[in-house]
Design a protein around this ligand. Structure first.
Ligand SMILES: C[S@@+](CC[C@H](N)C(=O)[O-])C[C@H]1O[C@@H](n2cnc3c(N)ncnc32)[C@H](O)[C@@H]1O
Length: 283
């Protein structure tokens, strides 16, 4: 699978860069997803907003305490710990970043959540380390955009879920390229390329729900919740403006991918949406 290997290398490269390591650690304290904002919430209060986003996930999973859940692309395990501590779920997190998994284990130890959270290295394209029907729920929190082969990932999610099991995905979709102005299209292409996000580049609005149906899931209406996370993106755009401009001047945009993404995605809001996909494996 040379294409998949190249994709994994690109994802590793993106998260291993100094900007990613420092930004996610110091700005977001190790979490790597957007927050949920109600009217009047300050866009700069990242941590409470990220916890609120995680609560949206827990509610949509709607599983009983003790249910076994797979966190596909767990990062440092902040989402997994919220699912365990606040929803009583038993979470197995997988990721390809060994330095994130080490930290996820340390944090779960500190939080005394080692019996309800565990973290193992794994690629969500190949979940062969898990039996068929091993989980009551599977979720992705802003991870599926990195997939090289979305159909294969969904087939694996379907296989490891028990009949009646729940799949919830917090993921972006895109506006078809031909509907975008050249400048928005070029910006979107650069964000996907430098951020190692081939699935986001490929999946137009409406596509993921169709893929879920083809993978034999019963799909609920998709929720476009872009407005809920925009305050955080606005803050990122403000923070990213100077580093991005400087990197561009020096011809080193690849050193400021997150700054670029914040600025360009804020500027070209017509190019994308932030959605919640909820589906059930047919019994
Ligand atoms: C934006 S981060 C989100 C991390 C975590 N869900 C969170 O919200 O903090 C995306 C994560 O997906 C992981 N990822 C990307 N491709 C993956 C793959 N093929 N298999 C497993 N994890 C993957 C990345 O390593 C990264 O940790």
């Amino acid at each position: 699978m040379p294409e998949r290997d190249a994709n994994i290398k690109a994802v590793l490269r993106y998260y291993d860069r100094t900007e990613s390591r420092l930004g996610y650690l110091y700005l977001l304290r190790g979490t790597k997803h957007f927050g949920w904002y109600e009217a009047g919430d300050s866009g700069w209060r990242f941590s409470p907003a990220m916890r609120r986003m995680e609560h949206q996930l827990g509610r949509r999973l709607g599983l009983d305490a003790g249910s076994r859940v797979l966190d596909a692309g767990c990062g440092m395990g902040e989402v997994a710990r919220t699912m365990a501590a606040d929803f009583g779920l038993d979470v197995t997190g997988i990721d390809i970043l060994d330095f994130n998994l080490d930290e996820a284990r340390r944090r779960s130890e500190r939080a005394e959540l080692t019996s309800s959270t565990r973290f193992v290295e794994g690629d969500y394209h190949d979940l062969s380390q898990f039996e068929d029907r091993a989980f009551d729920g599977v979720y992705t929190m802003e991870t599926f955009v990195h997939a090289a082969d979305p159909e294969r990932v969904l087939a694996e999610f379907h296989r490891v879920l028990r009949p009646g099991g729940r799949l919830v995905m917090f993921e972006y979709s895109r506006t078809p390229a031909e509907q975008l102005e050249p400048v928005a299209r070029a910006a979107f292409d650069a964000v996907c390329e430098l951020g190692a996000m081939p699935a986001w580049h490929r999946l137009n609005h409406g596509d993921l729900e169709n893929l879920l149906a083809v993978a034999s899931f019963k799909v609920e209406p998709v929720e476009d919740v872009t407005a809920r996370m925009l305050p955080m993106l606005r803050a990122f755009a403000a923070l990213g403006r100077v580093p991005y401009a400087t990197a561009r001047r020096l011809g080193k945009t690849e050193k400021a991918v997150n700054a670029m993404s914040g600025v360009e995605m804020w500027k070209h809001q017509d190019a994308w949406r932030y959605n919640i996909y909820t589906a059930t494996k047919n019994a």
